[in-house]
Design a binder for this molecule. Structure first.
Ligand code: B4P
Length: 189
């Protein structure tokens, strides 16, 4: 399976990605987690992206595309993968399409998690209390939502037109959302 999971900040992408990846025996590749690990490790990449992420802006495409293409070229992704948080704009869609077609590959489905904006903010503010992530504060969340609306939301129509979109209601218990994702993906198989 070659899958994407997309959704607004707080929609549950990272939360669901590990279950989906485990279910299908594929690696979950999260650009956000990769950047956060680099920030924590004090790498050059981490230094480059920290202020951008803290502001809730997108890391430049040239940086992000290269990381994803390198990661997809690793052996554990040869039979399938789940990309979490990538692509996030139409340029990244083109970069991913270019990589896939150059390697004779194609996506199987794009899971789109649907959650009301008020609930998204509430989830992120709750996570702020538990994990203290630098970008989970009200001002940055507002910018992340704006960035999502202007740059990432257009991907939903793009993938719907491509016949790949699998919309899933992301509201409710984490385990219920997970079961809905599996049912929706199984229905396509
Ligand atoms: P991400 O790491 O992707 O952050 P996110 O959108 O908040 O999603 P995340 O996966 O962490 O949270 P989730 O919705 O699962 O991106 C962070 C930053 O990295 C971006 O702002 C950007 O700067 C940079 N970046 C990443 N990818 C990039 C790219 N491709 N290009 C450029 N820049 C990029 O969960 C949120 C909370 O909701 C959790 O606390 C969770 O427990 C809770 N939750 C989830 N499901 C729930 C449910 N059903 N009920 C109740 N709570 C739930």
């Amino acid at each position: 399976m070659r899958l994407l999971i997309i959704g607004a900040p707080g929609a549950g992408k990272g939360t669901q990605a590990s279950s989906i990846a485990e279910h299908y025996g594929i690696p979950a590749i999260s650009t956000g987690d990769t950047f956060r690990a680099n920030i924590k490790g004090g790498t050059e990449l981490g230094k480059k992206v920290k202020a951008i992420m803290d502001a809730g802006d997108l890391v430049p495409d040239v940086v992000t595309d290269e990381i994803v293409v390198d990661r997809l070229g690793q052996s554990d992704a040869a039979e399938g993968f789940l990309l979490d948080g990538y692509p996030r704009n139409l340029h990244q869609v083109e970069a991913l399409d270019g990589y896939l077609s150059a390697n004779g590959l194609a996506l199987d489905a794009v899971v789109s998690l649907e959650v009301d904006p008020e609930l998204l903010t509430a989830r992120l503010l709750k996570r702020a209390q538990i994990e203290g992530r630098a970008d989970d504060n009200e001002e940055t969340i507002r910018n992340r939502m704006d960035v999502y609306t202007s740059q990432t939301a257009p991907l939903i129509d793009h993938y719907r037109q491509a016949g790949l979109l699998v919309p899933v209601d992301g509201v409710g218990e984490i385990s219920d959302v997970r079961d809905r994702i599996f049912s929706a993906l199984d229905a396509r198989a």
